[in-house]
Each structure stands twice: as C-alpha cells, then as structure tokens.
Design a protein around this ligand. Structure first.
Ligand SMILES: Nc1ncnc2c1ncn2[C@@H]1O[C@H](COP(=O)(O)OP(=O)(O)O)[C@@H](O)[C@H]1O
Ligand SMILES: [Mg+2]
Length: 166
C-alpha cells in the first residue's frame, strides 16, 4: 500500500494489490473505531465491499466470518464494538421504511457498515466515512477514504498511523 499523499488526512487514496490487503486496510479501519461510526461503501459488484467489511469486523474483534447480507439487508455481529452490516443493493424492493430502521442502529457501542450506499443516499446523515472502491484489474482495487465530520478525520489519522507506518 502506498498513500498518494501523506500530508492530507482526507481523502486517502491507495491501491490494494490483493483481497488480503483490502482486508488488512479494513482491519485498520475497524481498529481505529471508537463506537458510533458509520461507513458508507460504494462501488460495483465485486469491487471488494464485503472483503473490506470482513477486515473491519476483524478490527472490531469479531471472530465470526462476515458474509454478504445481500438477501437479508442486515447482519449483526458481536465484538469489541457490535457490527451492523447492511447491504442496500435490494433496498428499493423493501417495503419497510429503511431510514426508521437504519437510525435505530446508530449506537455509541456499534459500528454501521453499509454496502451499496448509492442505493440509499437519501438516508445519509452528515457525518460518515465514505469508502469508494474501484475495480482496476483482477487482483487490484483503488480505494478512497473520504471523511465527512471531524471525528472521521481523527479516525483517518489513526488509520494512517497503522496502515502506513514504516
Ligand atoms: N484487491 C482486492 N480487494 C478486494 N477484493 C479483491 C481484490 N482482488 C481480488 N478480489 C476479489 O474480488 C471479489 C470482491 O468481492 P466482494 O467483496 O464480495 O465484492 P462486493 O461486496 O463489492 O460485491 C472477491 O472475490 C475477492 O477475492
Ligand atoms: Mg458485497
């Protein structure tokens, strides 16, 4: 992993060369969490959203294997902080009010990760970490971390200290 620039905390851009590298980046994000965080993951099918979430879970001390919640919309995992893993891919087919449900999960001792943020932009609050994943080639992905809210700048500083230390 090599950061495009070390001086700015947001956005952070880097290339992941393997799924394990993406998982490791996720693990650092998870380790940097203090509770109440929201991650909005954006990128096409196969971009690595679920792989990154598996790493976030690892960083939250979750031992259970994280799998895609595509057909269930939400999966919950218990850890150092609880993980609520959403997938909004099929959100338009849901009949219930997703925001009323989503806001219930914004808890100080939990972390919310949402795949397919682009299917739920209208539910986006003002403070979150946006993660844009882009397919480059079979093993390579471009990952961009964008902070919205001062606490996410702080989170990215902690992330950077772990991910890019010499
Ligand atoms: N650098 C990489 N980062 C993440 N996934 C990668 C990478 N290289 C290859 N892959 C593969 O791409 C796929 C990503 O799948 P997944 O995380 O389920 O995508 P999404 O949730 O975005 O649809 C996995 O099969 C993974 O092994
Ligand atoms: Mg997925």
């Amino acid at each position: 992993m090599s950061p495009a620039t070390m001086s700015t905390q947001s956005p952070i851009d880097f290339i992941s060369q393997s799924d394990e590298q993406t998982r490791l980046a996720g693990e650092h994000l998870g380790s940097a969490c203090r509770g109440g965080e929201v991650f909005w993951l954006s990128g096409p099918l196969g971009a690595g959203k679920t792989v990154l979430t598996q790493g976030i879970a690892r960083g939250l001390g979750i031992e259970k294997t994280v799998t895609s919640p595509t057909f269930t919309v939400l999966k919950e995992y218990a850890g150092r902080l609880n993980l609520y893993h959403f997938d909004f891919y099929r959100l338009e087919t849901q009949t219930r009010d997703p925001w009323a449900e989503f806001s219930d999960y914004l808890q100080p001792d939990a972390v919310c990760v949402v795949e397919w943020a682009e299917h739920g932009e209208e539910f986006l609050g003002e403070r979150y970490l946006r993660v844009n994943l882009r397919y480059i080639s079979s093993g390579k992905r471009a990952i961009q971390l964008v902070a919205y809210g001062s606490e996410y700048f702080d989170l990215l500083r902690r992330f950077q200290a772990m991910a890019f230390r010499a």
